[in-house]
Design a protein around this ligand. Structure first.
Ligand SMILES: Nc1nc2c(ncn2[C@@H]2O[C@H](COP(=O)(O)OP(=O)(O)O)[C@@H](O)[C@H]2O)c(=O)[nH]1
Ligand SMILES: [Mg+2]
Length: 358
């Protein structure tokens, strides 16, 4: 995933000069290339606009740094803006103060909800929790038995009072809202501290699906409603996310199928468009193909310039240290030319050190 985007961005940076200053023409040309690369990767237009606007403005006002050359400065800015559209800070699952924590999974059919239920269960078990899965998808053929298999693999119980359907032609029976509610009661009585509710999806957004998901939400009052989106979805991802945001409301996003080789940019837009953080990434069919989502790590994976970013960090640190040493020398020499400006500079360096040790 993101291989093409990575290549495009990297080649954009390769053209940047490493000496002197960047002219407005340089910056505009670079921003144009970045815009094209993002659009070609399916990043949503609004997100691209915001992103390139921010990069241009920052590159122009060139937070001129003595530590970095112009190319490095642009890489640093692009990296930081990428982290920002990916949601900024990483965040883990919100756990209820009074267990059980209820996690509701929502998303289109095939998005990876049922698989995610198992992945979350393995993840939470590893953290010492005692999750139970609740089979509230009574719509998709074999959804209940699929969840049972997943639960067995994950080594967690599955609450499945209704068998669901086994064939497309069968009309769904049973009440998914009731199953979800009973699942919560089951967890409470058996002292499971996390309840993961698997729900039905549809091939496309439809009102009935939204109403059902919303009714389940109201019945179990989730601590997290997770919108699962297939990263291969393409441009539709953003619209689907918006429909779920309005129809059900969600607190976090999981990107699934990040192991695929699609362009994936639309999925990258979801955090930015909905303002909800990406909590996890799913990277395969196995229950262990799953990882917490760190915007910073994903950004550097996309930029594929880990070495350059490390270099930038080191150059900045070295430069800071040099500046501090110079100021200290001035102060210690006692010649009285330690100015207010030097003092301010010292305070700035100190503050940076503080934020580094946080
Ligand atoms: N390659 C890949 N396949 C996945 C991933 N997550 C789920 N799948 C597969 O996608 C298909 C649909 O997943 P499922 O969990 O049933 O989706 P649901 O309809 O939302 O419950 C299944 O064949 C899964 O094995 C993933 O991260 N990577
Ligand atoms: Mg399912």
């Amino acid at each position: 995933m993101f291989a093409t985007l990575s290549d495009r961005l990297t080649s954009t940076f390769r053209h940047l000069r490493t000496k002197g200053r960047l002219s407005e023409t340089d910056i505009d040309a670079t921003v144009r290339e970045i815009r094209r690369a993002l659009l070609d990767a399916d990043v949503a237009v609004a997100v691209v606009r915001e992103f390139t606007g921010a990069v241009r403005e920052r590159a122009m006002s060139a937070e001129v740094s003595g530590a970095l050359n112009p190319a490095q400065q642009v890489v640093k800015i692009v990296n930081e803006e990428l982290v920002a559209i990916l949601g900024g800070e990483a965040r883990g699952l919100a756990m209820a103060k009074n267990p059980p924590t209820v996690i509701l999974l929502a998303g289109l059919q095939g998005a990876g909800k049922t698989t995610l239920a198992g992945k979350l269960a393995v993840h939470l078990k590893g953290l010492g929790h005692t999750p139970v899965l609740v089979a509230a998808d009574l719509q998709r053929p074999n959804a209940v038995s699929q969840l049972k298999v997943v639960g067995e693999r994950a080594g967690v119980p599955v609450f499945a009072p209704h068998p669901g359907i086994t064939h497309e032609a069968e009309a769904p029976t049973g009440d998914p809202v009731g199953v979800a509610r009973d699942g919560l009661a089951f967890a409470q009585s058996k002292l499971h501290d996390v309840v993961i509710v698997d729900t039905a999806g549809r091939l496309g957004v439809d009102a009935e699906l939204m109403a059902q998901a919303a009714a389940i939400r109201d019945a179990v009052n989730p601590d997290e409603t997770i919108f699962v989106i297939d990263a291969m979805t393409g441009q539709d991802a953003v619209q689907t996310a918006q429909a779920f945001a309005e129809g059900v409301g969600f607190t976090g996003v999981v990107l699934s199928k990040l192991d695929g080789d699609a362009r994936g940019g639309a999925a990258l837009s979801v955090a930015s468009v909905t303002g909800k953080p990406i909590l996890f990434a799913s990277t395969g069919e196995k229950l262990t193909d799953f990882e917490p989502f760190y915007p910073y790590r994903m950004a550097s994976r996309i930029l594929d310039m880990g070495d350059v970013l490390t270099l930038i960090e080191q150059a900045e640190k070295a430069f800071d240290a040099e500046q501090s040493a110079k100021a200290a020398e001035k102060l210690l020499s006692g010649k009285g030319d330690f100015t207010l400006e030097d003092f301010m500079e010292q305070m700035k360096q100190l503050r940076k050190l503080g934020s580094m040790t946080k």
